[in-house]
Design a protein around this ligand. Sequence first.
Ligand code: ZN
Length: 68
Amino acid sequence: MSDLRKEYCRKCGTLLMQDEIAMTKKLINRGTTIYYCTNCLAETFDVRREDIEEKIVYYKCMGCTLFQ
Ligand SMILES: [Zn+2]
């Protein structure tokens, strides 16, 4: 059962998808309580938005427990 708390992007205030929360945890750390949307993650880490989306798919395929 996934955690259905509502979280918002720290930077732009967008309501976040569970995948975006999981990706923030993956990129920053598991214990973080600050989350970012895909766009802001891409900007923060200086990568393309597509790179973040590809990583989400990749980690899902790997069966990462953060992405369920
Ligand atoms: Zn954002």
